[in-house]
Design a protein around this ligand. Sequence first.
Ligand code: ZN
Length: 572
Amino acid sequence: MIPDEKKPVPWGLPPLRAEVQRRRQAEAESSANSEEKGSTSPAAADRKHTKLAMEDYYKVESNGYTLLQPKREPDVMSHPKRMIVFLVGMALMASAVLYIRFVMYDPRVIDPSTFSATTLGTNPDTLETVDKLLRAGFDQSNTVAWDRLAEMTDMYGHRMTGSKAYDHSAEWVVKTANSQDKNLTAYTEFVWVNQWTRGSESLRLFAPTRDTGFIQVPLLGLGNSVGTPRDGIEANVIPVHSFKELRELGNASIAGNIVLYNFNYTTYDAVVQFRTRGAIEAAKYGALAVLVRSVTPDSEFHSIHTGSSTRATIPAAAISPADANMIERIYTRAQTSDDIPRVKLVMNARLTENAKQSANVIIDLKGSTSPEEIVLLSGHFDSWDIGVGAMDDGAGAFLAWEAARLIALESRPPRRTIRVVMWNNEETLQRGAKAYYKQHEHEIKQHKFAIESDIGVFEPWGLAVAADPKMVNNLRNYGMDLIKILGAGNVTTSDVEGPGTDIAMLCENGVPCAGFLSVNPENGAVPGEPHWEDHYFRYHHTNNDRVEVIDKHQLRRSAAALAAWAYLIADL
Ligand SMILES: [Zn+2]
């Protein structure tokens, strides 16, 4: 510290300065004396001053204090010792910087020194709140989202569109948000929905070699499927592996039989067509029904996955990969027509078109200065009628709710409104998304961004964005500079993963959109990598889709990350 000579310092002036000051004073006194003797021209006074200043450096003798050295230009490099001191100094400084950057640096704190051009000008109040929201992800004591998901699913079970359970669950969310969540307003908007009920169903594989004479094969009718006649359908089973094979076999081999689609699972998107279109295609060749290998990477597991199918004239049901393989093995070993696998399929499925009005659930946090502008966060509320739909997509819907709740706890709401939408009827006809679009058609342009999560909520990863390249790039910078703290700052484009079925209409009509994505908790695979979605598709549309599939801390961290993204977008 350099003492300010204008102010008294408690320890006095350093000896050297004190000496200089004393001598200056002496010179001033002697100068005053000579002025009295008549030497008064200003030029002479200046010369005297110059001389005095020179003397400060060159002519002061030691008198018990340190000798003043002639002033020299700094020439550090000319002296080897100084060179070493200089280099050691630089090395120390560099290691201090590196230590601070990589060792002391707390990754949980937003560090403006790392900002890119996009983020540099961001309002400090926005940054402060984003930082706080991200920190909320580390609050181990907050398990609100998971606890709510568990409570609702424990009380009401699944949320199949058109079911009473769906309506009770929707009422519970509205009541809970309005009574417990500060600053949030929950309400419903009505949607006309169909109601499909599976009724009783069974599949018997005749097996003379077994003690009972048959194998009871577990199955799940596919959504929207027609039922069988009351007595069921009894027929031989013909396995195929592709639509091409089906065509090649044609009427001659297919008519009067049941088709089994037993494909190799590669990715969900590649093979889901057998579930959705399998019945329609097989009906063209006179098939009586179709059985579809469950669409899942669990080839070794005995799990059965239902899902939507396009309603055809013939029934469709899913069986486990293991049973599909067994039926195909029996077919391959058959020596005579008597050895061909034969089944009896009974399905009492019923569909009622426009059965009732049911709800989209909406929760708003009003924006502070532009409340008419909306940043929409969403997941779908409906599920299949098996399991409880905790993962698909209870977690996505409650992720959005928890993100809004976390934002609402902050002292400063964002400029724009945060709107949570829990969509009805994603699983079959997206009636919820269509009804929302119709009801809000006049204000679609006020929707400034829309996010959906419907591919599982695990450790947060980031966004798959469908927007103009400049916005994608800006979001990428924000992700790298800010949201990286929770590992959720990654931004990819939506060709890796679509933003979401329910927000598709908004995206197609100019609203920038994103899917909120997670890391695969089994193998750490991230979006775009092989097997990234495998964990999700193990539980998807099964009886195993229970709240245990979701980790409460991962759900909280994802909610904090989504909250940070949403706040940023809503406040910029
Ligand atoms: Zn879903």
